[in-house]
Ligand binder design. Sequence first.
Ligand code: ZN
Length: 589
Amino acid sequence: MSWISEDDIKAIRQQADIVDVMSRYITLEKKGKDYKAICPFHDDHDPSLSISTDKQIFKCFVCGTGGYVFTFVQKIENISFLEAVCKVAELIHYPLHMDTSQFQPKVDENQPLYDCIQSYIRFLTYELQSENGESVKRYLSQRKINEDIIKRFEIGYAPESSRSVKYLKAKGFNEQILTDTGLIRTHDLDTYAVFDNRLMIPIHDENGNPVGFTARRLNEDKDVAKYINTSETKIYHKGHLIFNYHRAKEFAKKNKRCILVEGAMDVIAFEKADIHESIACLGTACTKEQITLLKRLNVPLVVCYDGDRAGKAATYKFGKLAVDYGLNFSIVKNTTGKDPDEIFNELGKDELYLSVHKTVSFVEFLFDYLPNQYDLDNYEDKKKFTSEMQSFIERTCTDFEKADYYSRIRDLTGFDLSHQSANISAPKKESRNNAAVVRNIEPLKNGRTLAEHGVLWMILNSKLAADQFKDQIGFFQDPVCEELSLYCYDMYRNMDHIDFDVLMSYIEKEDVRNLLVSLMENPFHVDGYNEDFFNDSLMKIKECTLQAQIDNLNDQIKNVQDPMLKISLASKKQELIIQRNEILHRKEG
Ligand code: ZN
Protein backbone atom coordinates (compact mmCIF):
# COMPACT_ATOMS: atom_id res chain seq x y z
CA MET A 1 0.00 0.00 0.00
CA SER A 2 2.05 2.84 -1.43
CA TRP A 3 4.79 4.46 0.61
CA ILE A 4 4.56 2.61 3.90
CA SER A 5 4.98 -1.14 3.63
CA GLU A 6 2.28 -3.49 4.87
CA ASP A 7 4.86 -5.09 7.16
CA ASP A 8 5.53 -1.73 8.78
CA ILE A 9 1.83 -0.99 9.22
CA LYS A 10 1.36 -4.37 10.83
CA ALA A 11 4.36 -3.99 13.11
CA ILE A 12 3.30 -0.52 14.24
CA ARG A 13 -0.21 -1.75 14.96
CA GLN A 14 1.15 -4.60 17.03
CA GLN A 15 3.64 -2.49 18.95
CA ALA A 16 1.36 0.44 19.67
CA ASP A 17 -0.94 0.02 22.63
CA ILE A 18 -4.35 1.44 21.71
CA VAL A 19 -4.99 2.43 25.35
CA ASP A 20 -1.73 4.33 25.54
CA VAL A 21 -2.33 6.18 22.27
CA MET A 22 -6.01 6.97 22.86
CA SER A 23 -5.36 8.25 26.38
CA ARG A 24 -3.22 11.00 24.87
CA TYR A 25 -6.40 12.37 23.31
CA ILE A 26 -9.28 11.44 25.58
CA THR A 27 -9.80 10.32 29.16
CA LEU A 28 -10.18 6.57 29.49
CA GLU A 29 -11.79 4.79 32.38
CA LYS A 30 -10.83 1.23 33.27
CA LYS A 31 -13.71 -1.25 33.35
CA GLY A 32 -12.45 -4.76 34.11
CA LYS A 33 -9.71 -5.50 31.64
CA ASP A 34 -11.17 -3.11 29.08
CA TYR A 35 -11.71 0.65 28.98
CA LYS A 36 -14.60 3.05 28.44
CA ALA A 37 -14.64 6.70 27.38
CA ILE A 38 -16.88 9.57 26.36
CA CYS A 39 -17.01 9.28 22.56
CA PRO A 40 -15.38 12.32 20.89
CA PHE A 41 -17.14 11.60 17.59
CA HIS A 42 -20.71 12.35 18.61
CA ASP A 43 -22.45 14.46 21.24
CA ASP A 44 -21.84 11.96 24.03
CA HIS A 45 -22.69 12.35 27.71
CA ASP A 46 -22.30 8.78 28.91
CA PRO A 47 -19.20 6.78 28.16
CA SER A 48 -20.40 5.04 24.97
CA LEU A 49 -17.01 4.16 23.57
CA SER A 50 -15.38 0.91 24.59
CA ILE A 51 -11.82 -0.20 23.99
CA SER A 52 -10.91 -3.85 23.88
CA THR A 53 -7.35 -4.43 25.07
CA ASP A 54 -7.32 -8.00 23.71
CA LYS A 55 -8.39 -7.09 20.22
CA GLN A 56 -6.84 -3.62 20.30
CA ILE A 57 -9.94 -2.08 18.76
CA PHE A 58 -12.35 0.63 19.85
CA LYS A 59 -16.04 0.89 19.14
CA CYS A 60 -18.76 3.40 19.99
CA PHE A 61 -22.08 1.63 20.50
CA VAL A 62 -24.01 4.83 19.85
CA CYS A 63 -22.56 6.36 16.67
CA GLY A 64 -20.96 3.12 15.47
CA THR A 65 -17.49 4.56 14.95
CA GLY A 66 -14.79 1.99 15.47
CA GLY A 67 -11.47 0.64 14.31
CA TYR A 68 -7.85 0.11 15.14
CA VAL A 69 -5.54 2.65 16.70
CA PHE A 70 -4.89 4.20 13.27
CA THR A 71 -8.59 4.79 12.65
CA PHE A 72 -8.85 6.63 15.94
CA VAL A 73 -5.87 8.89 15.26
CA GLN A 74 -7.03 9.47 11.68
CA LYS A 75 -10.46 10.58 12.83
CA ILE A 76 -9.51 12.64 15.84
CA GLU A 77 -6.69 14.46 14.04
CA ASN A 78 -8.68 14.65 10.81
CA ILE A 79 -5.77 13.33 8.74
CA SER A 80 -5.31 10.60 6.13
CA PHE A 81 -4.79 6.96 7.04
CA LEU A 82 -1.09 7.00 6.16
CA GLU A 83 -0.53 10.21 8.09
CA ALA A 84 -2.14 8.48 11.07
CA VAL A 85 0.23 5.52 10.67
CA CYS A 86 3.19 7.95 10.69
CA LYS A 87 1.83 9.73 13.75
CA VAL A 88 1.45 6.48 15.71
CA ALA A 89 4.92 5.35 14.56
CA GLU A 90 6.30 8.60 15.92
CA LEU A 91 4.50 8.17 19.26
CA ILE A 92 5.98 4.72 19.81
CA HIS A 93 9.38 5.66 18.32
CA TYR A 94 9.08 3.11 15.56
CA PRO A 95 11.74 3.69 12.89
CA LEU A 96 9.72 4.13 9.74
CA HIS A 97 11.43 3.65 6.39
CA MET A 98 9.31 5.40 3.85
CA ASP A 99 9.33 5.21 0.13
CA THR A 100 8.59 8.88 -0.30
CA SER A 101 8.93 8.68 -4.08
CA GLN A 102 5.43 7.27 -4.13
CA PHE A 103 4.08 9.77 -1.68
CA GLN A 104 0.88 11.25 -3.02
CA PRO A 105 -0.45 13.77 -0.54
CA LYS A 106 -4.22 13.88 -0.24
CA VAL A 107 -5.51 16.60 -2.50
CA ASP A 108 -7.71 19.08 -0.68
CA GLU A 109 -10.20 20.70 -3.03
CA ASN A 110 -9.87 23.91 -1.04
CA GLN A 111 -6.11 24.08 -1.50
CA PRO A 112 -6.30 26.87 -4.14
CA LEU A 113 -8.21 29.00 -1.61
CA TYR A 114 -5.64 28.36 1.13
CA ASP A 115 -2.85 29.16 -1.34
CA CYS A 116 -4.51 32.43 -2.27
CA ILE A 117 -4.92 33.48 1.37
CA GLN A 118 -1.36 32.45 2.20
CA SER A 119 -0.07 34.52 -0.68
CA TYR A 120 -2.10 37.50 0.53
CA ILE A 121 -0.67 37.02 4.04
CA ARG A 122 2.85 37.30 2.57
CA PHE A 123 1.86 40.52 0.83
CA LEU A 124 0.36 41.96 4.03
CA THR A 125 3.43 41.15 6.13
CA TYR A 126 5.59 42.74 3.43
CA GLU A 127 3.40 45.84 3.43
CA LEU A 128 3.75 46.10 7.21
CA GLN A 129 7.54 46.20 6.91
CA SER A 130 7.40 48.75 4.07
CA GLU A 131 7.11 52.53 4.36
CA ASN A 132 3.30 52.27 4.14
CA GLY A 133 3.22 50.24 7.30
CA GLU A 134 5.22 52.59 9.48
CA SER A 135 2.29 54.01 11.43
CA VAL A 136 0.93 50.52 11.99
CA LYS A 137 4.29 49.38 13.33
CA ARG A 138 4.23 52.31 15.72
CA TYR A 139 0.77 51.25 16.86
CA LEU A 140 1.98 47.66 17.42
CA SER A 141 4.92 48.82 19.45
CA GLN A 142 2.65 51.03 21.57
CA ARG A 143 0.68 47.90 22.31
CA LYS A 144 3.94 46.13 23.21
CA ILE A 145 3.56 43.58 20.42
CA ASN A 146 7.14 42.64 19.55
CA GLU A 147 8.70 41.43 16.28
CA ASP A 148 8.66 37.83 17.41
CA ILE A 149 4.89 37.84 17.92
CA ILE A 150 4.35 39.76 14.66
CA LYS A 151 6.25 37.02 12.84
CA ARG A 152 4.62 34.07 14.55
CA PHE A 153 1.09 35.40 14.06
CA GLU A 154 1.94 36.74 10.60
CA ILE A 155 0.44 40.09 11.49
CA GLY A 156 0.23 42.40 8.51
CA TYR A 157 -1.09 45.63 7.11
CA ALA A 158 -3.78 45.87 4.43
CA PRO A 159 -3.06 49.03 2.43
CA GLU A 160 -5.62 50.87 0.35
CA SER A 161 -7.89 48.56 -1.62
CA SER A 162 -6.44 49.14 -5.08
CA ARG A 163 -2.94 47.96 -4.05
CA SER A 164 -4.35 44.67 -2.70
CA VAL A 165 -6.40 44.08 -5.85
CA LYS A 166 -3.38 44.80 -8.02
CA TYR A 167 -1.22 42.36 -6.07
CA LEU A 168 -3.74 39.52 -6.09
CA LYS A 169 -4.42 39.86 -9.81
CA ALA A 170 -0.73 40.05 -10.59
CA LYS A 171 -0.27 36.77 -8.72
CA GLY A 172 -2.67 35.19 -11.21
CA PHE A 173 -5.56 34.30 -8.91
CA ASN A 174 -8.77 34.33 -10.89
CA GLU A 175 -11.96 36.23 -9.96
CA GLN A 176 -13.67 33.07 -8.73
CA ILE A 177 -10.94 32.22 -6.24
CA LEU A 178 -10.70 35.83 -5.10
CA THR A 179 -14.42 36.05 -4.37
CA ASP A 180 -14.51 32.53 -2.86
CA THR A 181 -11.85 33.50 -0.33
CA GLY A 182 -13.85 36.58 0.65
CA LEU A 183 -10.83 38.82 -0.03
CA ILE A 184 -12.43 40.68 -2.88
CA ARG A 185 -15.91 41.87 -3.74
CA THR A 186 -17.35 43.14 -6.98
CA HIS A 187 -19.94 45.88 -7.08
CA ASP A 188 -21.17 47.53 -10.30
CA LEU A 189 -18.21 46.10 -12.24
CA ASP A 190 -15.95 47.66 -9.66
CA THR A 191 -13.61 45.24 -7.89
CA TYR A 192 -12.36 46.18 -4.46
CA ALA A 193 -10.56 44.53 -1.53
CA VAL A 194 -12.67 43.83 1.54
CA PHE A 195 -9.87 44.89 3.89
CA ASP A 196 -8.70 48.45 3.42
CA ASN A 197 -6.24 50.26 5.67
CA ARG A 198 -6.44 47.76 8.49
CA LEU A 199 -4.21 45.82 10.83
CA MET A 200 -4.54 42.20 9.70
CA ILE A 201 -4.37 39.03 11.80
CA PRO A 202 -4.76 35.75 9.87
CA ILE A 203 -7.17 33.11 11.11
CA HIS A 204 -6.53 29.38 10.57
CA ASP A 205 -8.70 26.29 10.84
CA GLU A 206 -7.91 23.54 13.34
CA ASN A 207 -5.41 21.98 10.95
CA GLY A 208 -3.52 25.21 10.41
CA ASN A 209 -4.90 26.12 6.96
CA PRO A 210 -5.28 29.88 6.56
CA VAL A 211 -8.98 30.64 6.06
CA GLY A 212 -9.50 34.35 6.76
CA PHE A 213 -8.67 37.40 8.84
CA THR A 214 -9.69 39.50 11.75
CA ALA A 215 -8.90 43.12 10.95
CA ARG A 216 -8.70 46.18 13.17
CA ARG A 217 -9.30 49.72 11.92
CA LEU A 218 -6.33 52.03 12.33
CA ASN A 219 -7.95 55.42 12.69
CA GLU A 220 -10.40 56.59 15.32
CA ASP A 221 -13.26 56.96 12.84
CA LYS A 222 -16.22 55.80 14.93
CA ASP A 223 -18.37 55.31 11.81
CA VAL A 224 -16.21 52.38 10.78
CA ALA A 225 -16.37 49.08 12.67
CA LYS A 226 -13.40 48.61 14.99
CA TYR A 227 -12.98 44.95 14.01
CA ILE A 228 -14.21 43.19 10.91
CA ASN A 229 -13.71 39.51 10.13
CA THR A 230 -13.87 37.54 6.91
CA SER A 231 -17.52 36.83 6.13
CA GLU A 232 -18.75 33.24 5.71
CA THR A 233 -17.08 31.42 2.83
CA LYS A 234 -16.54 27.82 1.78
CA ILE A 235 -13.60 27.62 4.18
CA TYR A 236 -14.47 30.27 6.76
CA HIS A 237 -17.27 29.11 9.06
CA LYS A 238 -17.06 31.34 12.07
CA GLY A 239 -18.99 28.94 14.30
CA HIS A 240 -16.44 26.20 13.60
CA LEU A 241 -13.26 28.24 14.00
CA ILE A 242 -11.18 28.87 17.08
CA PHE A 243 -8.45 31.47 16.78
CA ASN A 244 -4.93 30.12 17.50
CA TYR A 245 -6.21 26.54 18.03
CA HIS A 246 -3.66 24.98 15.67
CA ARG A 247 -0.75 26.64 17.46
CA ALA A 248 -2.09 26.30 21.01
CA LYS A 249 -3.00 22.61 20.97
CA GLU A 250 0.55 21.32 21.50
CA PHE A 251 1.16 23.81 24.35
CA ALA A 252 -2.20 22.92 25.89
CA LYS A 253 -1.25 19.26 26.03
CA LYS A 254 2.16 20.07 27.49
CA ASN A 255 0.87 22.51 30.10
CA LYS A 256 -2.31 20.56 30.79
CA ARG A 257 -4.61 23.54 30.37
CA CYS A 258 -6.03 25.82 27.73
CA ILE A 259 -7.13 29.42 28.23
CA LEU A 260 -10.24 30.65 26.46
CA VAL A 261 -10.35 34.41 25.86
CA GLU A 262 -12.67 36.72 23.93
CA GLY A 263 -10.64 38.02 21.02
CA ALA A 264 -7.47 37.70 19.00
CA MET A 265 -5.89 40.64 20.85
CA ASP A 266 -6.40 38.82 24.17
CA VAL A 267 -4.62 35.76 22.76
CA ILE A 268 -1.77 38.06 21.78
CA ALA A 269 -1.78 39.55 25.30
CA PHE A 270 -1.06 36.09 26.67
CA GLU A 271 1.65 35.59 24.07
CA LYS A 272 3.28 38.75 25.37
CA ALA A 273 3.38 37.08 28.78
CA ASP A 274 4.92 33.93 27.18
CA ILE A 275 1.76 31.93 27.64
CA HIS A 276 1.10 30.07 24.39
CA GLU A 277 -1.96 27.96 25.16
CA SER A 278 -4.69 30.58 24.77
CA ILE A 279 -7.41 30.57 22.15
CA ALA A 280 -10.44 32.69 21.23
CA CYS A 281 -13.87 32.02 19.75
CA LEU A 282 -13.67 35.39 17.95
CA GLY A 283 -16.40 37.38 19.58
CA THR A 284 -19.17 34.96 18.70
CA ALA A 285 -21.08 33.04 21.33
CA CYS A 286 -19.44 29.63 21.55
CA THR A 287 -21.09 26.98 19.37
CA LYS A 288 -21.50 23.23 19.71
CA GLU A 289 -18.82 22.70 17.05
CA GLN A 290 -16.37 24.88 18.94
CA ILE A 291 -17.12 23.03 22.19
CA THR A 292 -16.34 19.78 20.36
CA LEU A 293 -12.96 21.17 19.31
CA LEU A 294 -12.30 22.30 22.89
CA LYS A 295 -13.21 18.85 24.20
CA ARG A 296 -10.77 17.29 21.78
CA LEU A 297 -7.89 19.02 23.55
CA ASN A 298 -8.69 16.87 26.57
CA VAL A 299 -7.28 19.37 29.07
CA PRO A 300 -9.08 21.57 31.62
CA LEU A 301 -10.17 24.86 30.15
CA VAL A 302 -9.69 28.20 31.94
CA VAL A 303 -12.24 30.78 30.84
CA CYS A 304 -10.80 34.27 30.92
CA TYR A 305 -13.34 36.66 29.47
CA ASP A 306 -13.37 40.40 30.13
CA GLY A 307 -14.31 41.53 33.63
CA ASP A 308 -17.00 43.88 32.37
CA ARG A 309 -20.74 43.28 32.16
CA ALA A 310 -20.64 41.89 28.61
CA GLY A 311 -17.75 39.61 29.53
CA LYS A 312 -19.67 38.19 32.48
CA ALA A 313 -22.77 37.62 30.34
CA ALA A 314 -20.60 35.80 27.78
CA THR A 315 -19.05 33.67 30.54
CA TYR A 316 -22.54 32.73 31.76
CA LYS A 317 -23.65 31.73 28.25
CA PHE A 318 -20.51 29.74 27.65
CA GLY A 319 -20.75 27.97 31.01
CA LYS A 320 -24.32 26.82 30.40
CA LEU A 321 -23.37 25.22 27.09
CA ALA A 322 -20.13 23.77 28.47
CA VAL A 323 -21.98 22.07 31.34
CA ASP A 324 -24.44 20.56 28.84
CA TYR A 325 -21.53 19.12 26.90
CA GLY A 326 -19.62 17.91 29.92
CA LEU A 327 -16.58 20.12 29.36
CA ASN A 328 -14.09 20.42 32.22
CA PHE A 329 -13.59 24.14 32.89
CA SER A 330 -13.05 26.81 35.53
CA ILE A 331 -13.43 30.58 35.43
CA VAL A 332 -10.90 33.29 36.15
CA LYS A 333 -12.13 35.48 38.97
CA ASN A 334 -11.52 38.80 37.31
CA THR A 335 -12.09 41.55 39.83
CA THR A 336 -10.21 44.21 37.87
CA GLY A 337 -12.89 44.82 35.23
CA LYS A 338 -10.06 44.84 32.67
CA ASP A 339 -9.43 42.57 29.69
CA PRO A 340 -6.23 40.47 29.49
CA ASP A 341 -4.51 43.02 27.26
CA GLU A 342 -5.23 45.83 29.73
CA ILE A 343 -4.04 43.65 32.61
CA PHE A 344 -0.75 43.00 30.80
CA ASN A 345 -0.23 46.60 29.72
CA GLU A 346 -1.32 48.30 32.94
CA LEU A 347 -0.55 45.80 35.68
CA GLY A 348 2.22 43.77 34.08
CA LYS A 349 3.13 40.25 33.08
CA ASP A 350 3.14 38.83 36.61
CA GLU A 351 -0.39 39.99 37.26
CA LEU A 352 -1.63 38.29 34.08
CA TYR A 353 0.26 35.17 35.10
CA LEU A 354 -1.37 35.14 38.50
CA SER A 355 -4.82 35.95 37.21
CA VAL A 356 -5.20 32.62 35.40
CA HIS A 357 -4.47 30.80 38.65
CA LYS A 358 -7.20 32.62 40.54
CA THR A 359 -10.09 30.53 39.26
CA VAL A 360 -13.49 29.57 40.59
CA SER A 361 -15.96 26.86 39.61
CA PHE A 362 -18.95 27.70 37.42
CA VAL A 363 -21.26 27.41 40.43
CA GLU A 364 -19.10 29.87 42.39
CA PHE A 365 -19.32 32.21 39.42
CA LEU A 366 -23.12 31.83 39.40
CA PHE A 367 -23.35 32.74 43.09
CA ASP A 368 -21.73 36.00 42.12
CA TYR A 369 -23.49 36.55 38.79
CA LEU A 370 -27.07 35.31 39.13
CA PRO A 371 -28.18 37.33 42.20
CA ASN A 372 -27.73 40.41 39.99
CA GLN A 373 -29.94 38.91 37.28
CA TYR A 374 -32.80 38.12 39.66
CA ASP A 375 -34.53 40.23 42.24
CA LEU A 376 -34.06 38.15 45.36
CA ASP A 377 -36.64 40.21 47.23
CA ASN A 378 -39.26 38.91 44.81
CA TYR A 379 -40.70 35.44 45.58
CA GLU A 380 -41.03 34.22 41.95
CA ASP A 381 -37.49 35.38 41.16
CA LYS A 382 -36.18 33.64 44.27
CA LYS A 383 -37.78 30.40 43.09
CA LYS A 384 -36.29 30.72 39.60
CA PHE A 385 -32.87 31.56 41.01
CA THR A 386 -32.99 28.56 43.34
CA SER A 387 -34.01 26.08 40.69
CA GLU A 388 -31.40 27.34 38.23
CA MET A 389 -28.67 27.07 40.85
CA GLN A 390 -29.89 23.63 41.86
CA SER A 391 -29.73 22.36 38.29
CA PHE A 392 -26.04 23.33 37.92
CA ILE A 393 -25.06 22.18 41.40
CA GLU A 394 -26.60 18.76 40.85
CA ARG A 395 -24.81 18.35 37.54
CA THR A 396 -21.37 19.58 38.45
CA CYS A 397 -20.72 19.27 42.18
CA THR A 398 -19.51 16.62 44.58
CA ASP A 399 -21.55 15.78 47.70
CA PHE A 400 -19.50 17.88 50.09
CA GLU A 401 -19.68 20.89 47.76
CA LYS A 402 -23.45 20.46 47.53
CA ALA A 403 -23.89 20.68 51.28
CA ASP A 404 -22.00 23.97 51.37
CA TYR A 405 -23.78 25.44 48.35
CA TYR A 406 -27.24 24.48 49.55
CA SER A 407 -26.62 26.16 52.86
CA ARG A 408 -25.63 29.32 50.96
CA ILE A 409 -28.82 29.14 48.91
CA ARG A 410 -30.81 28.82 52.15
CA ASP A 411 -29.14 31.96 53.49
CA LEU A 412 -29.94 33.85 50.27
CA THR A 413 -33.50 32.66 49.67
CA GLY A 414 -34.78 30.73 52.65
CA PHE A 415 -35.29 27.61 50.48
CA ASP A 416 -33.74 24.53 52.03
CA LEU A 417 -32.64 22.00 49.40
CA SER A 418 -30.21 20.03 51.54
CA HIS A 419 -32.49 17.04 52.22
CA GLN A 420 -33.56 16.69 48.57
CA SER A 421 -30.15 16.44 47.05
CA ALA A 422 -30.06 12.64 46.98
CA ASN A 423 -33.45 12.33 45.26
CA ILE A 424 -32.79 14.65 42.37
CA SER A 425 -30.89 13.19 39.54
CA ALA A 426 -29.25 15.31 36.92
CA PRO A 427 -31.57 16.30 34.09
CA LYS A 428 -31.32 13.56 31.52
CA LYS A 429 -30.10 14.66 28.13
CA GLU A 430 -29.87 11.17 26.80
CA SER A 431 -33.04 10.91 24.77
CA ARG A 432 -31.18 11.76 21.58
CA ASN A 433 -28.53 9.19 22.38
CA ASN A 434 -31.11 6.53 23.02
CA ALA A 435 -32.62 7.23 19.64
CA ALA A 436 -29.18 6.74 18.15
CA VAL A 437 -28.75 3.42 19.94
CA VAL A 438 -31.99 2.18 18.51
CA ARG A 439 -31.05 3.39 15.04
CA ASN A 440 -27.71 1.66 15.19
CA ILE A 441 -29.04 -1.66 16.39
CA GLU A 442 -32.21 -1.69 14.34
CA PRO A 443 -30.74 -3.19 11.16
CA LEU A 444 -29.56 -6.19 13.15
CA LYS A 445 -33.16 -7.03 13.91
CA ASN A 446 -33.77 -7.59 10.22
CA GLY A 447 -33.34 -11.34 9.77
CA ARG A 448 -31.72 -11.12 6.41
CA THR A 449 -29.15 -8.51 7.44
CA LEU A 450 -28.32 -10.52 10.54
CA ALA A 451 -27.82 -13.64 8.40
CA GLU A 452 -25.69 -11.68 5.93
CA HIS A 453 -23.52 -10.49 8.78
CA GLY A 454 -23.13 -14.09 9.92
CA VAL A 455 -22.10 -15.26 6.45
CA LEU A 456 -19.70 -12.36 6.10
CA TRP A 457 -18.08 -13.24 9.42
CA MET A 458 -17.52 -16.77 8.08
CA ILE A 459 -16.11 -15.38 4.82
CA LEU A 460 -13.70 -13.28 6.86
CA ASN A 461 -12.60 -16.43 8.64
CA SER A 462 -12.41 -18.91 5.78
CA LYS A 463 -11.63 -18.92 2.11
CA LEU A 464 -13.80 -22.02 1.76
CA ALA A 465 -16.82 -20.06 2.99
CA ALA A 466 -16.03 -17.29 0.52
CA ASP A 467 -15.98 -19.76 -2.39
CA GLN A 468 -19.17 -21.48 -1.29
CA PHE A 469 -21.05 -18.24 -0.89
CA LYS A 470 -19.94 -17.14 -4.34
CA ASP A 471 -21.25 -20.40 -5.85
CA GLN A 472 -24.52 -20.56 -3.98
CA ILE A 473 -25.71 -16.99 -3.62
CA GLY A 474 -23.12 -14.66 -5.04
CA PHE A 475 -24.02 -11.28 -3.65
CA PHE A 476 -25.20 -9.49 -0.52
CA GLN A 477 -28.34 -7.45 -0.47
CA ASP A 478 -26.90 -5.06 2.10
CA PRO A 479 -24.56 -2.68 0.21
CA VAL A 480 -22.12 -2.35 3.11
CA CYS A 481 -21.83 -6.16 3.41
CA GLU A 482 -21.36 -6.36 -0.34
CA GLU A 483 -18.55 -3.85 -0.28
CA LEU A 484 -16.75 -5.54 2.59
CA SER A 485 -17.06 -8.91 0.83
CA LEU A 486 -15.39 -7.46 -2.28
CA TYR A 487 -12.36 -6.54 -0.16
CA CYS A 488 -12.29 -10.13 1.09
CA TYR A 489 -12.43 -11.64 -2.40
CA ASP A 490 -9.67 -9.30 -3.45
CA MET A 491 -7.48 -10.47 -0.62
CA TYR A 492 -8.23 -14.16 -1.16
CA ARG A 493 -6.89 -13.81 -4.68
CA ASN A 494 -3.36 -13.64 -3.26
CA MET A 495 -3.70 -15.13 0.19
CA ASP A 496 -5.41 -18.07 1.81
CA HIS A 497 -6.55 -16.10 4.85
CA ILE A 498 -7.65 -12.59 5.69
CA ASP A 499 -5.12 -10.37 7.42
CA PHE A 500 -7.31 -8.05 9.48
CA ASP A 501 -4.54 -5.45 9.86
CA VAL A 502 -4.07 -5.15 6.15
CA LEU A 503 -7.79 -5.32 5.42
CA MET A 504 -8.51 -2.51 7.88
CA SER A 505 -5.83 -0.35 6.30
CA TYR A 506 -7.37 -0.79 2.85
CA ILE A 507 -10.90 0.22 3.75
CA GLU A 508 -11.53 3.88 3.23
CA LYS A 509 -15.28 4.12 3.77
CA GLU A 510 -16.27 4.59 7.34
CA ASP A 511 -19.45 2.47 7.33
CA VAL A 512 -17.57 -0.47 5.82
CA ARG A 513 -14.83 -0.15 8.43
CA ASN A 514 -17.40 0.12 11.21
CA LEU A 515 -19.07 -3.07 10.01
CA LEU A 516 -15.72 -4.88 10.06
CA VAL A 517 -15.10 -3.74 13.63
CA SER A 518 -18.60 -4.86 14.68
CA LEU A 519 -17.92 -8.30 13.22
CA MET A 520 -14.51 -8.51 14.85
CA GLU A 521 -16.23 -8.00 18.17
CA ASN A 522 -17.73 -11.40 17.42
CA PRO A 523 -21.40 -10.74 18.18
CA PHE A 524 -22.26 -14.34 17.16
CA HIS A 525 -19.78 -15.85 19.61
CA VAL A 526 -18.38 -18.03 16.86
CA ASP A 527 -14.60 -18.21 16.79
CA GLY A 528 -13.12 -19.08 13.42
CA TYR A 529 -14.94 -21.04 10.74
CA ASN A 530 -17.93 -23.05 11.93
CA GLU A 531 -19.69 -25.16 9.30
CA ASP A 532 -23.07 -25.41 11.06
CA PHE A 533 -23.26 -21.71 11.71
CA PHE A 534 -22.27 -20.93 8.13
CA ASN A 535 -24.88 -23.28 6.68
CA ASP A 536 -27.62 -21.98 8.98
CA SER A 537 -26.83 -18.40 7.93
CA LEU A 538 -26.79 -19.35 4.24
CA MET A 539 -30.15 -21.08 4.63
CA LYS A 540 -31.58 -18.03 6.33
CA ILE A 541 -30.50 -15.83 3.41
CA LYS A 542 -32.02 -18.28 0.91
CA GLU A 543 -35.22 -18.43 2.92
CA CYS A 544 -35.42 -14.63 2.97
CA THR A 545 -34.77 -14.46 -0.76
CA LEU A 546 -37.53 -17.00 -1.46
CA GLN A 547 -39.92 -15.24 0.88
CA ALA A 548 -39.28 -11.94 -0.90
CA GLN A 549 -39.99 -13.61 -4.27
CA ILE A 550 -43.18 -15.15 -2.89
CA ASP A 551 -44.36 -11.79 -1.59
CA ASN A 552 -43.60 -10.27 -4.95
CA LEU A 553 -45.64 -12.94 -6.77
CA ASN A 554 -48.54 -12.41 -4.37
CA ASP A 555 -48.60 -8.75 -5.35
CA GLN A 556 -48.53 -9.61 -9.06
CA ILE A 557 -51.31 -12.20 -8.73
CA LYS A 558 -53.49 -9.64 -7.00
CA ASN A 559 -53.01 -7.16 -9.83
CA VAL A 560 -53.22 -9.22 -13.06
CA GLN A 561 -56.55 -9.70 -14.82
CA ASP A 562 -55.62 -12.42 -17.32
CA PRO A 563 -56.78 -15.76 -15.75
CA MET A 564 -54.11 -17.81 -17.58
CA LEU A 565 -51.34 -15.56 -16.33
CA LYS A 566 -52.83 -15.75 -12.82
CA ILE A 567 -52.61 -19.55 -12.94
CA SER A 568 -49.06 -19.57 -14.20
CA LEU A 569 -47.96 -17.13 -11.50
CA ALA A 570 -49.72 -19.19 -8.85
CA SER A 571 -47.93 -22.36 -9.89
CA LYS A 572 -44.60 -20.51 -9.83
CA LYS A 573 -45.48 -19.36 -6.34
CA GLN A 574 -46.30 -22.92 -5.33
CA GLU A 575 -42.84 -24.04 -6.44
CA LEU A 576 -41.19 -21.35 -4.39
CA ILE A 577 -43.27 -22.25 -1.33
CA ILE A 578 -42.13 -25.86 -1.61
CA GLN A 579 -38.50 -24.76 -1.83
CA ARG A 580 -38.90 -22.48 1.17
CA ASN A 581 -40.61 -25.21 3.21
CA GLU A 582 -37.80 -27.61 2.39
CA ILE A 583 -35.36 -25.15 3.88
CA LEU A 584 -37.51 -24.68 6.95
CA HIS A 585 -37.80 -28.47 7.48
CA ARG A 586 -34.11 -28.99 6.97
CA LYS A 587 -33.43 -26.35 9.59
CA GLU A 588 -35.76 -28.07 12.06
CA GLY A 589 -34.31 -31.48 11.33
ZN1 ZN B 1 -19.80 7.86 19.23
